[in-house]
Design a protein around this ligand. Structure first.
Ligand code: ASP
Length: 355
C-alpha cells in the first residue's frame, strides 16, 4: 500500500498550482519531464525509516519539492511509467524512446528531463543516446534517497538536471546523466556503489562536466557516434532481440550458456574475468554458439579498463566481438540494437568501436 504524508499531500496541491504558473512564463526554454519512477519518486513509511517503495509519487509531486524551477524553464510533465528501474524492460525502453523522439520533434520543446531509478539508469541512458534523433538536450536524473528521506538528494538533482536540459551547451552531447553535482555521458556512466550518493562515475574517463546549484562547467567533449548518426531506428520496433549476460568465474560450466541459447538468446555478452576472458568450457561453448550464428561479445566483470580485441583470445578466428570500454550491461544494450541491423561480427565490432 502507498504511504503519503500530509506534507506531501499538501505539496501535491502546491505542485498543481506551480505547474499553472510555470505554463505562463514566456522567454524560458520549454522542458518536458518524462517520469518513470525510481527511488527519486520513492516513499518511506517514516523519514528515518529504512525500507521504501520506488515510484510511489507522480511527476507533479516530484517537481513541487524543488524551489525555483520556474526560474530555469517552463516545465510540463507526464508519467511514462511508475516502476523501480529494476523492472525496466525493452517495452518501456521503446515506449520512452518513442516519446522522447516525439516530444523533441515539437519545435516548441527545448529539451527533455527524465526521472528514473538508479539501478538501470546506466542502461536506459545508453539506449536513449543511441536512438534519440534530435540533438536537443536529453537529461536523466535519479536519486539514491527516497523523496521522503532526511536530506533527500532528488530535489537537488532535479534542479541541476533542469539547468542542464535548459543549457545550449548540452545540445549534441547525447543523453546526459546528472546526479550529485556531476554531468556524465550516457556511454561512460556506471553505478558503482549500492548506497552512496556519489555512486555514479564515468569510469576510464572523467565526467562531461559539473553543475553546482544550476551553474554548469563543461569538461570532456563527446567523441562517439550518438543519436541519428548510429542509424538505429526504433519507431517501427515493438520488441528487441533477446541478449543475455553470462557471468564468468573460476570453475565455470557451460550450462548457463547452453540454457540461454536454448531459450532463444540471439546474442550473449560474457562478463569475462580479466580482459574479457573465460575458461576452456565456456570458450568452447561460445565458439560453437558463434558458429551457429549467435552474436558473442566479450566484456569484463571488472570495473575499469578496455577489453582488447585479439589479445589472449583470437576474436577474428572465433567470430567474437570485443566490448572495448563497455561494461556487460551497456554491451547488452548495444548488442540488442546491433542485432536489429546485422549479425555480422565485424560490423557489430565496428559499432562497438564507434558508438
Ligand atoms: N531500485 C531503485 C530503482 O532503480 C533504486 C534507485 O532508484 O535508486 O528504481
Amino acid at each position: 500500500m502507498r504511504h503519503r504524508s500530509p506534507i506531501i499531500e499538501g505539496a501535491a496541491i502546491a505542485a498543481a498550482a506551480s505547474f499553472a504558473v510555470a505554463l505562463q512564463a514566456a522567454d524560458l526554454p520549454n522542458i518536458r519531464v518524462l517520469a518513470t519512477g525510481g527511488t527519486i519518486a520513492g516513499a518511506q513509511a517514516s523519514a528515518t525509516g529504512y525500507g521504501y517503495k520506488s515510484g510511489a509519487y507522480d511527476v507533479s509531486l516530484l517537481l513541487s519539492a524543488v524551489p525555483n524551477l520556474d526560474k530555469l524553464a517552463v516545465i510540463t510533465g507526464e508519467q511514462v511509467a511508475s516502476i523501480g528501474s529494476q523492472d525496466m524492460s525493452d517495452k518501456v525502453w521503446l515506449k520512452l524512446a518513442k516519446r522522447v523522439n516525439a516530444v523533441l520533434a515539437d519545435p516548441g520543446t527545448g529539451g527533455v528531463l527524465i526521472t528514473h531509478g538508479t539501478d538501470t539508469l546506466e542502461e536506459t541512458s545508453y539506449f536513449l543516446t543511441l536512438v534519440t534523433r534530435s540533438a536537443k538536450p536529453v537529461v536523466m536524473v535519479g536519486s539514491m534517497r527516497p523523496a521522503t528521506a532526511v536530506s533527500a538528494d532528488g530535489p537537488g538533482n532535479i534542479y541541476n538536471g533542469v539547468a542542464v536540459a535548459a543549457d545550449p551547451g548540452a545540445k549534441g552531447k547525447g543523453t546526459l546523466v546528472v546526479l550529485n553535482d556531476e554531468i556524465h555521458y550516457a556511454r561512460n556512466v556506471v553505478k558503482t556503489s549500492t548506497t552512496s550518493v556519489q555512486t555514479f562515475q564515468s569510469v576510464n574517463r572523467g565526467p562531461a562536466g559539473v553543475v553546482h546549484t544550476g551553474k554548469i562547467r563543461w569538461f570532456e567533449p563527446m567523441d562517439r557516434k550518438i543519436g541519428s548518426s548510429t542509424g538505429f531506428q526504433v519507431d517501427a520496433l515493438d520488441e528487441l532481440p533477446r541478449v543475455d549476460v553470462i557471468y564468468a568465474h573460476a570453475n565455470m560450466s557451460a550450462d548457463l550458456i547452453e540454457a540461454a541459447i536454448r531459450n532463444g538468446a540471439q546474442g550473449l555478452v560474457v562478463a569475462g574475468v580479466g580482459d574479457g576472458n573465460m575458461n576452456a568450457a565456456a570458450l568452447d561453448a561460445l565458439t560453437r554458439a558463434a558458429k551457429d550464428g549467435v552474436a558473442v561479445v566479450r566484456s569484463t566483470r571488472l570495473q575499469s579498463g578496455v577489453v582488447l580485441r585479439n589479445n589472449e583470445i583470437n576474436d577474428d578466428e572465433k567470430g567474437f566481438v570485443a566490448s572495448g570500454e563497455l561494461n556487460p550491461a551497456k554491451s547488452r544494450v548495444l548488442l540488442q540494437l546491433a542485432l536489429t541491423r546485422t549479425r555480422d561480427p565485424l560490423r557489430i565490432q565496428q559499432m562497438f568501436d564507434e558508438f
